[in-house]
Ligand binder design. Structure first.
Ligand SMILES: [Zn+2]
Length: 445
């Protein structure tokens, strides 16, 4: 039996503690000692760590295996402001693939179709309204993966206006409209290359609109009825290469929507920064990705949803079999990628049918763990590895000196299972403490 009164009393006491720490951090450095630190960089959790931070940034981190003198910040103070021996701290999560203009939670097709009829202003209002709930999932940074309505660009511009200052919204960057070919997959989020005289002009146009990186739709999507990618790739490797070069000349990364072996090959040969989805990737392609330092964002969530909600999706036994096969081999390839040393990043494709923002990333982490990664490998893919690879303009994703003070505190050890991140936790974000309960309602996400 759970004693609700004492649980509530504990939660109240915890939230008072974090409110107090957040308030102090706005006036002077705060010193906490936690039971475990997952810093986003090391390949293990560190026990009994001391962290000194102010609202805007982390000043210093010390643990028995990594001793540094915190004295310069804590002059005259001999004891931490809080002893949190039963707590684990880790960086706020990085969502490497989300479509911020789309509601992800609904799985009703008619509702989704109607949603897409809205104006750009309405998309933007809904996206802004989601943020408090996304933060309560522990997500502090989002790489938007494209929309043609300018929602991601508007949110990214708002984030930039708080660059280096205390923010109340996540760090967001966006490619604006993805680049695709006229008449091919992706018209709901992209604009065609054919609008321009050359790939170079197209890339220049995206950047002048404010894009932080370039999103390429190299292929179509999986046909679940046949369990394959039926259409030919949209872009050849030469074409991808030209767009990548045009982006590199302007110091911008590229990310490629690519599923199906042939299209994935084109994305890899073209030299993109990350391959998104990558369903039907082969071992040889993973080796090439490692050699070319191309990271992989496997996005299990949208396909797993099709399997988990097969009845609502109207899928018969045969399709369910295809979905299971696709996910099984995707899991095997994820383990292969880890073995080969491919950089793996966590992205949920939130905004896709049935993949809510925030919660979708927590689900994605669970899928990656189920597929065979250790909980720590999964956490690194959603914190330091992601932030280092995607090279955000804001220092996020690590708990180390000079990084933003955006941290998750939890008493449910995420190294036992990443599913523990769905449980009660507190997010400290730029001098604000946000208590996050386990029963988050995903409506509007
Ligand atoms: Zn996507």
């Amino acid at each position: 039996m759970i004693d609700h009164d004492s649980t509530n009393a504990e939660q109240k006491r915890d939230s008072e503690t974090f409110d107090r720490l957040a308030a102090i951090s706005l006036t002077r450095p705060v010193w906490v000692r936690v039971g475990q630190l997952i810093d986003g960089r090391n390949d293990h959790g560190m026990q009994r760590a001391d962290i000194v931070f102010e609202a805007g940034q982390i000043l210093g981190v010390s643990s028995p295996e990594y001793l540094i003198d915190l004295g310069p910040w804590m002059e005259g103070q001999s004891e931490p402001d809080a002893l949190l021996p039963s707590w684990t701290v880790l960086p706020c999560l990085v969502e490497a693939h989300a479509h911020l203009f789309l509601d992800g939670a609904p799985i009703n097709f008619e509702q989704r179709k109607q949603y897409l009829q809205q104006s750009a202003e309405q998309f933007l209002d809904r996206a802004r309204a989601r943020w408090p709930k996304i933060l309560r999932c522990g997500v502090g940074t989002v790489r938007d993966a494209g929309d043609k309505h300018g929602v991601g660009l508007a949110l990214a511009a708002e984030a930039k206006s708080c660059h280096g200052k205390l923010a109340t919204t996540p760090w967001i960057d966006s490619p604006g409209a993805a680049i695709h070919h006229k008449g091919r997959y992706g018209s709901f989020m992209g604009r065609p290359l054919e609008e321009f005289n050359s790939p170079d002009q197209c890339v220049a146009d995206r950047l002048s609109a404010g894009a932080d990186r370039i999103k390429l739709l190299v292929t179509g999507i999986i046909d679940f009825k046949t369990g394959s990618v039926k259409t030919k790739p949209q872009m050849s490797s030469a074409e991808v290469g030209t767009l990548v070069d045009a982006s590199k000349q302007r110091a911008k990364q590229t990310f490629a929507h690519a599923s199906g072996t042939e299209g994935i090959e084109n994305a890899i040969d073209g030299g993109v920064t990350t391959v998104e989805h990558g369903f039907f990737v082969t071992k040889e392609q993973l080796s090439k990705m490692r050699d070319k330092k191309i990271a992989w964002v496997p996005t299990f969530a949208p396909v797993q949803l099709q399997l988990d909600q097969a009845d609502e999706m109207g899928w018969d036994k045969q399709v369910v079999g295809h979905l299971q096969n696709i996910l099984d081999s995707h899991s095997q390839m994820l383990c292969k990628a880890r073995e080969l040393g491919v950089t793996i990043l966590a992205g949920s494709d939130a905004g896709s049918c049935g993949v809510p923002h925030g919660m979708g990333l927590l689900n994605e982490l669970c899928h990656m763990e189920t597929a065979g990664l250790s909980s720590l490998e999964v956490l690194l893919s959603a914190t330091g590895h992601s932030a280092s690879t995607l090279d955000f303009a804001e220092p996020v994703g690590h708990i180390a000196s000079g990084y933003r003070a955006r941290m998750i505190f939890t008493q449910h050890d995420p190294l036992s299972t990443v599913a523990n991140l769905k449980r009660q936790k507190t997010v400290l974000f730029d001098g604000a403490a946000v208590a996050c309960s386990e029963d988050l309602d995903t409506s509007g996400l």
